[in-house]
Design a protein around this ligand. Structure first.
Ligand code: ATP
Length: 362
């Protein structure tokens, strides 16, 4: 496999996984921007999913990726449709339990909301548990368990499947502490009293969802300065549209976090604007919140903003705060000016033209 290392100077190393479908286009144009910043970072740009599939046998791909990802300080990951392996390792293998998804409108974003100017909050999605633990099967396997309640028994006359959701005390305490700390940090930066909101289906799922919220409340005893609010998740979905200005940090279990962060992205102007970072105690990786956008692959029209803002979060995590702010500011200026926006934002710029405009602003 060829050596694709770029910008070899510098003490930090970042593995860059371009991913699949349209994601490599967003990653390549983001790399144009990052390399133009002359960062003290060595980038190890890995093959795309298509290249991996062409060059390595299926059994070798995962090991190849894991080795290269682990060799770096952190990772910028383009979305994967399953062809590019590595996400499961980055998430469960490295215990990155807090998925941070900022929802922040900026002038120039094409929001469908009448008043998007107050949209500025962060979703913290628990990243390892809940319905994503992969425990699924046939209901026949459960019939002998003695766990079947009367409602389920009524419905189970024939064929069926189940999926389990698991919430643990340890996992919830960790992500709760992370969220309280983040609320403090944001409160301090904004000069406002810190606020945390937690939401789940507490009324229907007491064993998991109500417990999740009550553990978050317990952890709050160590953060008396942070005001905690709780809402049932269906009410929360409504509030994300009707009263988003009341939010600052919103903590959600995995599945709700996945769904509601797309809703949040919709309110600011779409998936192309939605960055994300996944944090553990000793590791982090960064990827846009959107998928691989297969419908626009190969068209040079994917909006790289989500990838670029994820890269800004990455620079901050690497301790390069001033560079992160510089990148963030340059992106904001391109939107405020409005002359080089991609199709999803009502413009005519290609992916590469948008990135070139960001480079001009740096
Ligand atoms: P996943 O299940 O992995 O989230 P998906 O196919 O459900 O993937 P996306 O890949 O996020 O979802 O795409 C949803 C829609 O949003 C598609 O029409 C896609 O083209 C569009 N989209 C996603 N990301 C971008 C982007 N960065 N720029 C422009 N359009 C995008």
């Amino acid at each position: 496999m060829s050596d694709r290392t770029a910008n070899p100077a510098g003490p930090k190393t970042v593995a860059v996984a371009p991913g699949d479908d349209a994601a490599p286009e967003a990653v390549a144009s983001s790399m144009d921007v990052l390399l133009a910043m002359d960062l003290p970072v060595t980038f190890d740009v890995l093959p795309t999913g298509t290249e991996l599939a062409a060059e390595l046998a299926p059994a070798e791909r995962e090991a190849f990726m894991v080795e290269r990802l682990d060799a770096a300080d952190t990772v910028l990951f383009g979305s994967s449709n399953g062809t590019t392996p590595g996400i499961a390792h980055l998430r469960w293998g490295r215990g990155t339990y807090a998925n941070v998804r900022p929802v922040e409108w900026r002038p120039g974003y094409r929001s469908p909301m009448a008043h998007p100017e107050h949209l500025d909050y962060v979703i913290v999605r628990e990243n390892l548990e809940d319905a994503y633990v992969g425990i699924m099967g046939d209901v026949d396997d459960l019939r002998s368990s003695g766990l079947i309640g009367p409602r389920a028994r009524l419905a189970w006359s024939g064929e069926g499947r189940y999926a389990a959701k698991i919430i643990t005390r340890e996992g919830t305490e960790k992500v709760a502490r992370f969220s309280y700390e983040l609320a403090r940090k944001r409160g301090e930066a904004k000069g406002k009293a810190p606020r945390l909101t937690v939401s789940a289906k507490t009324n229907m799922l007491p064993a998991t969802d109500r417990w999740f919220c009550s553990i978050v409340e317990e952890v709050g005893a160590n953060y008396p300065d942070v005001a905690l609010e709780q809402y049932i998740v269906d009410d929360m979905a409504h509030r994300l549209v009707t009263r988003p200005d009341e939010l600052d940090v919103l903590l959600l279990p995995n599945l709700y976090g996945d769904v509601l962060s797309d809703l949040g992205a919709g309110t600011i102007g779409g998936m192309g604007l939605a960055p994300s970072g996944c944090y553990g105690d000793d590791a982090a990786y960064f990827e846009s919140a959107h998928g691989t956008a297969p419908d626009i692959a190969g068209q040079d029209r994917i909006n790289p903003t989500a990838t670029l803002l994820s890269a800004a979060m990455m620079l901050e995590w690497l301790g390069l705060d001033d560079r992160a702010q510089r990148l963030d500011r340059a992106i904001g200026e391109v939107y405020a000016e409005g002359r080089h926006l991609t199709l999803d934002q009502g413009g005519t710029a290609t992916t590469a033209e948008f990135s070139a405009a960001v480079v001009d602003r740096l």
